[in-house]
Design a binder for this molecule. Structure first.
Ligand SMILES: NC(=O)C1=CN([C@@H]2O[C@H](COP(=O)(O)OP(=O)(O)OC[C@H]3O[C@@H](n4cnc5c(N)ncnc54)[C@H](O)[C@@H]3O)[C@@H](O)[C@H]2O)C=CC1
Ligand SMILES: CC(=O)[C@H](N)C(=O)O
Length: 421
């Protein structure tokens, strides 16, 4: 039937080759040829043919999808068919034609948690203090308030988010707001709202205003049926926490918006992050931060995971550097939108062993929290980040010995300052 609607010169095209696996050139030619034909079918014909009518918008979308090598802003988005809630049907994305050399205006959501303040200070070194705005729903401590622009932003309030992006001419958004794995299980409905509804708002604002968007994912986006040692980028993802489910959703939605609307979505799956000057926000990997605080302060530490629980971990400096590196990576170097990143992997017993080399009197006991233990037992033990290393040159700096020395140096100097005061 289709062949009757096709202009004569193309009637001899071999449509059977569409299903021909093995010849990649032929396949991709067929893939872009079919949609092109569909867009040529006169509209009065498509209106009377439900199947062709349905296929037309999809064809237009496939033609302009980034996977086809075209920029999404080439065709107006009204050709894309149904648009997300906030994107006007005739929007042609505010493709702020910034080059890499241009000055970025950055917004960080959920910036008062374990990672956001460090990210702001890292990015301010790169883009200038006033070009990086930290935001959260909490009141910032004085030193944070004085260190650079801070603004109230609730990601559940779409209009508030849009106003901030517009008024501040934001070009890059780092979306850090979330409820982590353990607190998420304690308040599933709030986690669902913040991690899923909030993400929808962020995706829509980012797509509508042509932002480059970074959303962190996590080792928690994998589950008990994923390969755990090592865990590759692409494998079964059936997490059993609301946190993990919401992060798989974020990965897929971001990738969908990339293909559907040309949103420049970039995502890294972080391991457990270890930071010296900020507290973790209620996760399963928190023990690996708390041990340093407790070791220096009390000489004792009670661990809430079993001593043999192996999880991927990373020092915050590596995490923030990776985040900026993937955001600055040339688009053509990224073969995926979501990458695993890895640095080290250890158990509580191995971490304690390393800390004992510096503080031999440290006493470590174990009092297992069944919720956290069950989560940890379903997460990767080792993370395969070979794609990040190959595509955009990811390389970590900190292994376990350097991590422990750095953390103890920080806490040692902090406690010396406290004693002197
Ligand atoms: N810290 C870690 O080990 C890892 C973190 N990540 C991800 O990195 C991101 C940042 O993590 P952390 O800083 O550790 O999280 P955190 O839990 O310490 O901080 C999250 C922040 O989100 C804010 N927030 C909550 N509801 C909000 C709302 N409605 N609007 C705006 N902000 C809201 C909170 O006030 C909090 O300051 C998260 O997306 C997390 O999933 C991923 C893997 C590991
Ligand atoms: C690894 C994470 O995503 C976080 N630290 C958590 O434990 O929930």
């Amino acid at each position: 039937m289709l062949s009757l609607l096709v202009p004569r010169p193309w009637r001899s095209y071999n449509f059977a080759s569409v299903s021909h696996v093995g010849n990649q050139d032929e396949m991709s030619r067929s893939r872009s040829f079919l949609p092109y034909l569909l867009t040529l079918v006169p509209r009065r014909v498509t209106e009377s043919m439900p199947v062709v009518r349905m296929l037309r918008p999809v064809a237009c979308w496939m033609l302009q999808s980034p996977a086809c090598g075209c920029r999404a802003s080439v065709l107006p988005s009204r050709l894309l068919g149904t648009s997300p809630r906030q994107i006007p049907m005739d929007a042609n994305f505010h493709s702020t034609s910034f080059s890499e050399a241009d000055q970025q205006r950055v917004l960080i959501t959920g910036g008062l948690g374990q990672l956001g303040v460090g990210l702001a200070s890292f990015l301010r070194k790169r883009f200038g203090k006033d070009n990086v705005i930290l935001s959260d729903i909490r009141k910032p401590p004085e030193h944070v308030f004085l260190s650079g622009p801070f603004i109230y932003s609730d990601i559940l309030d779409y209009k508030n988010l849009r106003e901030i992006v517009v008024n501040n001419r934001i070009t890059w958004l780092f979306h850090y707001s979330a409820l982590l794995s353990a607190v998420g299980e304690a308040n599933v409905s709030l986690a669902r709202a913040v991690n899923i509804t909030g993400l929808h708002n962020v995706l829509d604002v980012a797509a509508e205003h042509g932002l480059r968007l970074f959303v962190p994912s996590t080792i928690g986006a994998f589950g008990p049926t994923s390969p755990r040692n090592p865990t590759p980028d692409l494998c079964i993802q059936r997490p059993r926490t609301i946190y993990g489910v919401s992060k798989v959703h974020a990965e897929l939605m971001g990738e969908y918006y990339y293909y559907r609307y040309g949103l420049d979505f970039r995502c890294l799956r972080y391991p457990g992050i270890i930071s010296a000057d900020s507290q973790p926000g209620g996760g399963t990997t928190d023990y690996a931060v708390q041990i340093f605080h407790e070791a220096v302060k009390n000489g004792r530490f009670e661990c809430n995971l079993r001593p043999d629980t192996r999880l991927p971990m990373m020092y915050i400096h590596d995490c923030l550097r990776a985040t900026l590196e993937v955001m600055e990576a040339p688009a053509e170097s990224l073969s995926m939108r979501t990458y695993n990143i890895s640095a080290m992997s250890f158990t509580p017993a191995e971490l304690a062993q390393e800390v004992l080399k510096h503080i031999p009197e440290l006493q470590v006991t174990y009092n297992v929290d069944p919720v956290r233990q069950a989560i940890a037992d379903s997460w990767p033990m080792n993370f395969d980040d070979s794609n990040a290393r190959k595509d955009w040159g990811w390389k970590h700096d900190f292994d376990l010995p350097e991590l422990v020395t750095t953390m103890l140096n920080f806490h040692g100097s902090e406690s010396r300052v406290a004693q002197a005061n």
